[in-house]
Ligand binder design. Structure first.
Ligand code: BYC
Length: 471
């Protein structure tokens, strides 16, 4: 284990200075990354931002806080500490030492997984690039930029793996990660949710709640990988990811809290007139972000995932806590399915159902957020409740992609769906209304009227701290 070197052009704890070729390759990618950041990253001009920078990977003190101009943020390469005795926990190679190099037979699949993971990171920065112009407070603005620089660092993490372990093809893929763009007609990002817009802050909190949470679960499965550098990279990324979850969870909390407050104060459900976001609109945003995030887990059954598991490339969530043989060759499981046109379940080989297994873990976690938000409504004395829509609702990937279903899970004809979808998904009118509330509030200690202030500031600082200095 080496301590991170901050004097280096590329901060790292992988002894980059001992591998001149790799160092040169990454140093030639760096200016391309910076010009991507300048052209596709945050658009709001700032002097500096109170950012957390990763400076170490140990349990204590891995993060340092300070005001930093964003272009000087030290995007670095940090892998969690190596466990020299680590053994593969699942699949055909179970019990063998974890790999320090990529086995030739799995090269293509491993590269594909790393490229897909890498593609999502800059995509989210692109999706969020204009949000600075409408931030509800300096605290929120700072959180947005923190998320953005860390997604940039996560891109670095995947690019390091591509450069270090996948030769020329890996370097070409690293270039491509900067050329595809979210929402582009010609070269879109790979996964559906990363081509959707994040045009307002309610979408941002929903994205960081639902879509970043897919990141948590996918990184959790890649952390189990037999390919040790990938495992160690993901382990460290998960630490940063926790902050993104916090931004989403508390962001939606605060929107619900403010809405509930305005409902009670004015004894009305029609809070739009009072500058807050009505609960039915919040529900529609949940419906949208949850359903597109469910798609990110792939099909309910997938031979890809079975192959990844057997090869040892991608495990299950908390693999080592599972009480089975970690091979799953003769096991079966129930997955959601379309059976004779009906929404039902069917039994399949456990290996091909692993996307469903992970999606179920994710759904249980998402339910925790809804419970929190409903507690806020309950404490305000309100009878309304938020919910997660049915698994078949608004799906574009997997078993339910060919059909339409209501949030309650009732099958609909194409005509019924067209006629009713505006009740369940944000309409142009809803989006225009939400955007109309998005007026920036940049004064210290002030906050927009549609959201409650946070309970705590960042790193023990108060809410009215000067988190961001604008130009
Ligand atoms: N959109 O066999 P199937 C994050 C493709 S988020 C478009 O069922 P598989 C983050 C699929 O690629 C985490 N295409 O899927 C969050 C396959 O194509 P090929 C990102 C899709 O392979 C916020 C075909 O359809 N990381 O970190 O079992 C901010 C058949 O599908 C989609 C990962 O995803 C879709 N939604 O599973 C920042 C981990 N879904 O191969 C960051 C790496 C599927 O036939 N990726 N397809 O051409 C994987 O593990 C898997 O590729 C997937 C799909 C789970 C995505």
């Amino acid at each position: 284990m080496t301590t991170p070197d901050y004097a280096e052009k590329i901060p790292n704890n992988v002894s980059l200075n001992e591998d001149r070729r790799l160092q040169r390759a990454l140093e030639s990618w760096q200016p391309n990354f910076l010009s991507w950041w300048e052209s596709m990253g945050p658009t709001l001009p700032t002097q500096d931002v109170y950012l957390r920078t990763a400076v170490n990977v140990g349990r204590e003190g891995w993060a340092q806080f300070g005001h930093v101009p964003m272009r000087d943020y030290r995007w670095g390469i940090f892998l969690a500490e190596r466990d020299g005795d680590r053994r593969i926990a699942f699949g055909a190679h179970k019990g063998e030492p974890a790999w320090q190099k990529v086995p030739g037979e799995y090269r293509a699949e491993l590269q594909r997984l790393i490229v897909i993971q890498g593609d999502t990171e800059p995509a989210s920065v692109e999706q969020q690039r204009n949000l600075g112009a409408t931030a509800p407070s300096l605290y929120d603005l700072r959180n947005l930029f923190q998320v953005n620089v860390e997604e940039g660092r996560h891109l670095w993490a995947m690019v390091y793996l591509l450069h270090a372990y996948f030769g020329r093809e890996g370097r070409e893929e690293a270039e491509e990660l900067l050329h595809r763009n979210s929402g582009s007609e010609d070269s879109p990002r790979i996964l559906g949710a990363f081509n959707e817009e994040t045009p307002d802050w309610l979408s941002f909190y929903m994205f960081t709640y639902f879509t970043d949470r897919d990141g948590k679960y996918q990184l959790g499965t890649l952390k189990e990988s037999a390919f040790d550098p990938l495992s160690r990279t993901c382990e460290f990324m998960l630490k940063e990811e926790a902050h993104h979850m916090m931004v989403g969870t508390t962001g939606v909390d605060r929107v619900v809290e403010r809405t509930a407050q305005v409902m009670v104060e004015n004894d009305t459900d029609d809070v739009a007139a009072h500058g807050a976001i009505p609960l039915p609109v919040i529900q529609k945003y949940i419906n949208f972000h949850y359903s597109v995030s469910l798609d990110l887990f792939g099909g309910e059954t997938s031979t890809n995932v079975a192959n990844y598991y057997t090869a040892g490339l991608k495990g299950r969530w908390l693999e080592e806590r599972r009480k089975d043989d970690h091979l799953l060759a003769s096991d079966a499981m129930m997955v959601d399915a379309l059976t004779d046109g009906e929404i039902a379940q069917t039994e399949v080989a456990a290996l091909i159902g692993l996307n469903t297994d992970l999606r179920r873990e994710y759904i249980a976690d998402c339910a925790g957020g809804v419970k929190r938000w409903n507690r806020i409504l309950e404490q305000a004395g309100l009878p309304q409740r938020l919910y997660l829509p049915h698994i078949a609702f608004n799906r574009r990937v997997g078993a339910f992609a060919p059909i339409e279903a209501s949030p309650a899970g009732e099958r609909l004809s194409a005509g019924e769906w067209e006629a009713r979808k505006g009740q369940w998904l944000p309409t142009d009118t809803d989006k225009t209304f939400v955007r109309s509330l998005m007026q920036p509030v940049y004064q210290r200690g002030k906050i927009a009227a549609w959201i409650a202030p946070p309970r705590n500031g960042i790193n023990g600082q108060p809410f009215d701290y000067d988190y961001v200095h604008l130009i």
